[in-house]
Design a protein around this ligand. Sequence first.
Ligand code: SF4
Ligand code: SF4
Length: 189
Amino acid sequence: MARKGASFLGETWQLIGAVGRAMGMTFRNFFRRPVTLQYPTVKRVYPDRFRGILALTYDHDTGEENCIGCRLCEFICPPQVIKVEMLKAEKRNWAKTFTLELYSCEFCELCVQVCPTDAIIMLKTFDLATADRREMLLDKDRLHALGLEHPASWATGNRLRDMQAPPKAVKTEAKVEAGGKAEAKEPAE
Ligand code: SF4
Ligand code: SF4
């Protein structure tokens, strides 16, 4: 009987301790600055390399579509969510159709990395929530419109390739002799 009373008191004490610790935590957080925002009224500033939704781009100077329909993005895409039809023309080629099933995209950025004309990019936004899956099947017009609507991430195919290229070999200095004859300088051993 005495043992039962002791265990009851012990459990009660443990319960009071647990409630006290929980209330202490609540009290501390009460005075902390909130980490949440009033989205979508307030939006976070995303980092430059943010990998958000995908878009197609226009050439800033000519206003032409940058996509030449080469299909490299289609071939590299792991879940095969891109489909491109090329339209051959005299001066350059175009994408006749371009579709991207965003609902199955892995946001791996491989399509951006291989694009030779910086035509496909990622945006600094994920703001495309919908309850209708069909709205995530993006066609060429929608992809171009998204590119105009949201800020672009830093990464483009050309920038990424420049960044990943091996450093250029140091050029040997040409030593011009007094008589005007150029001679290559041997690198120091
Ligand atoms: S980000 Fe990756 S998964 Fe998404 S479309 Fe590009 S290559 Fe495909
Ligand atoms: S988006 Fe780039 S990689 Fe894809 S088809 Fe167009 S030019 Fe080629």
